[in-house]
Ligand binder design. Sequence first.
Ligand code: GCO
Length: 262
Amino acid sequence: MNLFNLSGKIALVTGATHGLGMAMAEGLGKAGATLVINGASSQEKLDKAVAHYKALGLAAHGYLFDVTDEAAVKVNVERIQKEVGSIDILVNNAGIIKRIPLEEMEVADFEQVIKVDLVSPFIVSKHVVKGMIERKSGKIINICSMMTELGRNTVGAYAAAKGGLKMLTRNMATEWAKHNIQINGIGPGYFATEQTAPIRLDGHPFNEFIINRTPAGRWGDPEDLAGTAIFLASQASNFVNGQIVYVDGGILATIGKPSNES
Ligand code: GCO
């Protein structure tokens, strides 16, 4: 089982102060990685998250920076490498969503979603990969979505970003695999997080829709993602590259079924 052991590795997880990022970071930490937790909203929220990881007995450090700001990314990646050590694993998880019909969406809103969800994985990877190339070793995991493959009303900007992230993942693999760097993606299905709370409310039509549309018949639990994150961060995936692994309870496997079918 050493294949999945991350002891001695340092993992930077962006947007890891809550939600799926926190669940994946916990998994990486429990597998032995030293965690570098990024947040952008507030030092208080970041400190609270780091305390949460430490309370679990995990090695964790917090760095507050905006992943869309290249100057801030450059400075903080250099700080991390100096203060904690070389980044072996990068999880590009930070993301936003704006649920607005395309015809009503302001261009500025569309551009903001693209900037956070697609441009920032490029920015952070560009600065982290330099060390990975030097060391001829590294793991990059881009967090995609069901919207990488499927459209949905009101999330057009998010779908465009997450669809682009699949091809960015494939191109990173094309350009960087020769340096013994593995770059893959995780496509979470519908998970019970803060981000989906508005569409999970009891009686909300989307809540019933997703439960019916998901062969597993439930929303994902953030802990359901940890194993795939550990796999893609470990030597167990050393010959896996450019792949998006969907952790979706079976959504992408099926056309779905009428609500009166079990
Ligand atoms: C939505 C949801 C989705 C999920 C996830 C699915 O509004 O459709 O928020 O975007 O969060 O991305 O993979």
